[in-house]
Write a protein that binds this ligand. Structure first.
Ligand code: NAD
Length: 336
């Protein structure tokens, strides 16, 4: 088996705890890997790097093309631009994939939820173009380009086709933001008609869409959204299937990919050894698919499914009492 070189970014808060757990599981499942461990976030500055997204970290991801990343903390209402936003823009990781699926052994209000959120990752209100026009008046620019809207729409239809999904639903607010959200709809309709008529296509105004999601999430398949809506809706979908501890994710560009959970650095539970590492382990499984190590990924998936069904080593967010490493060890013990 070829040896993979993968950049590992522990991140802040619970990041080091969940990345250690995910790394142990991936290695125990048999991946031949050399990790290039580098910091990002507040941790990078604490370690003496020049800023929250060190050039060395960025260059390593650009060189090795694949990274597994823990969450990083971003100050609220002041301070530096989000590391995540910078990373996604600088490496052109234009598509976020966030699958939210019901899991046997995880009790939730609904069963048989299987939704994939495809989120545009580089523009919208996350362009960071904010200014104070006059004292007391600020603006935030929402940017939409035909290039990025077409690219994310094509990505979503290609993803749906390859994964044998039936329907794409664009969540939007083009009744109000007629030009920016309207452009995404125009591009998505065109890609559907010209390139992927095989996939059913729907559009839903996002406020009604959120209501429908919490009434009956089983009627949704692939959701395509711009940046901010995708951020919000993916946490909502996580809540439908057991919380942020059980939803993995990927940020994909044309030749580079960074795999990370949907959740943040969870400062409220950081350092206590109680965070659920499953979301990052699921992200690692997505990474294994990406590097064509599907068999190792399936081995990990079967093992964590067994742990969830047995219900003896669950973390607190899932109603158990196990710690982060105990949960990871339970998965490792069930690897076949
Ligand atoms: P959060 O996702 O960190 O936490 C929300 C809630 O979910 C908290 O109660 C937390 O304890 C719980 N939670 C999250 N992950 C969990 C896990 N693996 N196991 C058990 N419980 C878990 O969101 P927040 O508190 O709004 O944000 C905290 C920080 O994280 C902020 O600085 C934010 O900017 C940052 N953030 C980073 C990323 C990222 O790096 N990709 C994503 C989202 C938020």
């Amino acid at each position: 088996m070829a040896k993979h070189t993968i950049v590992l970014i522990p991140g802040d808060g619970i990041g080091p705890e969940v990345t250690t757990a995910a790394r142990r599981v991936v290695e125990a499942a048999g991946l031949s890997v050399e990790w290039v461990e580098l910091p990002a976030g507040a941790t990078a500055v604490e370690q003496g790097f020049e800023n929250v997204l060190p050039q060395r970290t960025l260059a390593a991801i650009a060189a090795h093309k694949v990274a597994l990343k823990g969450p990083v903390t971003t100050p609220i209402g002041k301070g530096f631009t989000s590391v995540n936003v910078q990373l996604r823009k600088k490496l052109n990781l234009y598509a976020a994939i966030r699958p939210a699926r019901s899991l046997d052994g995880v009790k939730t209000r609904f069963e048989k939820v299987d939704i994939v959120v495809i989120r545009e990752n580089t523009e919208g209100l996350y362009s960071g173009l904010e200014q104070e026009v006059v004292p007391g008046v600020v603006t935030s620019l929402k940017v939409a380009t035909e290039l990025a809207c077409t690219r994310i729409a094509r990505f979503a239809f290609r993803y749906a086709t390859r994964r044998h999904r039936k329907r794409i639903n664009v969540f939007h607010k083009a009744n109000i933001m007629k030009m920016s959200d309207g452009l995404l709809l125009t591009c998505a309709r065109r890609i559907h008609e010209e390139e992927y008529p095989n996939i059913d296509y729907e559009e839903t105004i996002i406020d009604a869409g959120c209501m429908k999601l919490v009434q009956d999430p089983t009627r949704f398949d692939v959701l395509l959204t711009e940046n901010l809506y995708g951020d919000v809706v993916s946490d909502l979908c996580a809540g439908l299937v057991g919380g942020l501890g059980v939803v993995g994710g990927a940020n994909i560009g044309d030749d580079t990919a960074v795999f990370e959970a949907v959740h943040g650095s969870a400062p409220d539970i950081a350092g206590k050894g109680i965070a659920n590492p499953l979301a990052l382990i699921m992200s690692a499984v997505m990474m294994l698919d990406h590097v064509h190590e599907e068999v190792i990924g399936q081995r990990i998936t079967s093992a964590y499914k067994q742990v969830l069904i047995e219900g003896k080593a669950l973390t607190r967010d899932l109603g158990g009492t196990a710690g982060t490493s105990e949960f990871a060890e339970a998965i490792i013990a069930r690897l076949k």
